[in-house]
Design a protein around this ligand. Sequence first.
Ligand code: SF4
Length: 125
Amino acid sequence: MEVKVRCVEINCCKCCYETEMPLSERDLKRIEKLGFDRDEFSIVVDGVRVLRNVNGHCFFLENGRCSIYKHRPEGCKFYPVIYDVERRRAVAHDFCPLAREISISTIKKVERSLIKHVRSIFGEI
Ligand code: SF4
């Protein structure tokens, strides 16, 4: 499941800078199938694998584009919808310039899949 946003249209890749995107085992295996080693494109922070930054941006960002777009991590596909742990629900991340364009119905539509994905990484939330 993926949230459609106009990032390419407005030439934005703000969320690919200083990324802290956590990765599930499924994400890691899918990207490894492309020929990458997990230690190359990710690091472990507090026991969780997250995308590695190189020169301040995601390992996979090349010339302002995601070089593994079709195979990108689930969290990148959901973005700018994220799971807010304190509010215990999916929300549009206001860090994203297009967050206000994300409708409540879109957030509701992806919430269940997002929670499943988050649980696969962090366990119960
Ligand atoms: S994997 Fe792609 S979409 Fe996700 S942060 Fe990296 S460059 Fe951006």
